[in-house]
Design a protein around this ligand. Structure first.
Ligand code: GDD
Ligand code: MN
Length: 384
């Protein structure tokens, strides 16, 4: 495809160049999981809303069991503006968005849900805001005048959403009335610069982008309606808030400690509480000796930690079915060795410097947790 040359100078000019047919100005990145029934209606809506704009839509599907990717490919067979990225063995909204956006060569990138909850008729306004050159980022907001939140599925979701927004605003470098929005647009070059700094975990890609920018982004908020979901179901739950707290921590630590490790440590701390609770309960209610109670506490807290890590820390690689049981067994073996190493190292240190017992204890515990994390990451939740 030869770039068109400026008639008077013979030099290709990016401003005057007319794009050949098929080269999009705007890529709409749509993360989707089990959205088969929404694919064709979404394409039709984009077709109407984006008349006169050269656009493409990139569906990023995590191998949905409902056959979303197949549906996208069927549409793509007759419409070159439709593209499909099918990821296998991975889950996650933020990482799906990043991959979709990085596959684009268009000048602008929009991110939008695949369930028809976002108002696609706002896309031209977002594009106009960016094209004016006055803004780096356009965000569809439910909380500026003209926007509305009616589509959130329950009262609980409202509370969750409001709580998250307040928490986020306290840390944000820019004013964003709807920092949890999953509907926004930015220049591809801006995205390319920020991409290496993104956490890529959880739901909150917009927050991640805003917090990763070296200088505050100039943000234009566009009022939006949030439609109720018609087909399929929401994948957002309480765990999203937990992950979100993790994202904040990660940004505060500036990526120094991996998010997964923080989550693993947090789960471990809860596990200690569970352990102590079981120990106390066994000592108080049943007539068992200390060693038996201690073993019971260890087993219960290991199962508890495994479950929580499987739900939160490794949410995107969650083990299910027979793999779950195999994983649990391995986890217990790994953590058992970790505990032996912990006690062994602490005792050796204690024996040589008895008055440094806190240091000995802490070193043992830290080595134990790093061992547990490193080994379970490669053996138990091995990336497939
Ligand atoms: N590829 C991929 N992988 N897509 C996913 C995944 C995943 O693991 N999880 C969810 N999605 C897709 C969904 O199919 C949908 O298109 C979009 O991401 C949003 O997911 P929903 O499950 O519909 O989220 P929601 O409607 O509850 O949340 C909305 O509101 C939040 C703010 O409260 C979304 O707009 C979020 O982006 C937004 O943060
Ligand atoms: Mn939704």
């Amino acid at each position: 495809m030869a770039a068109q040359l400026d008639a008077s100078t013979g030099i290709a000019s990016p401003d005057l160049r007319v794009l050949p047919i098929g080269v999009p100005t705007l890529s709409v990145v749509v993360p989707c999981y089990n959205e088969r029934l929404n694919v064709v209606p979404l394409i039709q809506k984009l077709d109407t809303a984006l008349a006169g704009i050269a656009w493409e839509v990139i569906f990023v599907d995590d191998n949905s069991p409902d056959g979303t990717a197949g549906e996208v490919r069927r549409a793509a067979a007759t419409d070159p503006r439709v593209r499909c990225i099918r990821r296998i063995g991975r889950r996650g909204l933020a990482s799906a968005v990043i991959e979709g956006a990085l596959s684009s060569s268009a000048r602008f990138i929009a991110v939008m849900d695949g369930d028809l909850q976002h108002d696609e008729t706002r896309l031209p306004d977002m594009l106009a805001a960016l094209r004016s050159g006055d803004f780096d980022l356009a965000v569809g907001s439910r909380h500026v005048e003209g926007g509305d939140n009616a589509g959130l599925s329950s009262r609980w979701r409202h509370t969750l959403s409001d709580g998250g927004i307040r928490l986020a605003q306290a840390f944000l470098p820019v004013r964003l009335s709807d920092p949890m929005s999953g509907f926004f647009m930015l220049g591809r070059e801006t995205f390319e610069v920020l991409a290496p700094h993104l956490t890529g975990q959880g739901f909150k890609i917009l927050l991640d982008l805003v917090m990763s920018a070296p200088a505050p982004l100039r943000v234009r908020e566009i009022p939006c309606q949030f439609h109720p979901r018609l087909a399929g179901e929401s994948k957002l739950d309480v765990l999203v808030l937990v992950q979100f707290a993790g994202l904040l921590l990660d940004k505060i630590f500036d990526g120094f400690l991996p998010l997964r490790f923080l989550s693993f440590c947090f789960v471990g701390l809860l596990g200690v509480l569970v352990h102590l609770a079981v120990l106390t309960l066994a000592r108080l209610t049943a007539d068992v000796d200390f060693a038996t109670a201690q073993i019971a506490g260890t087993i219960v807290s290991m199962v508890f930690n495994f479950q929580l890590n499987n739900q939160i820390t490794y949410r995107d690689q969650r083990l299910r079915g027979p793999r779950l049981w195999r994983g649990l067994l391995l986890f217990m073996v790994v953590c058992g060795i970790g505990a032996i190493a912990n006690v062994g190292i602490a005792r050796t240190m204690y024996e040589s410097h008895a008055n440094w017992w806190t240091l000995a204890g802490a070193t043992g515990a830290i080595i134990g947790v790093v061992w547990n994390y490193a080994v379970s990451a490669t053996l138990v939740w091995r990336a497939r």
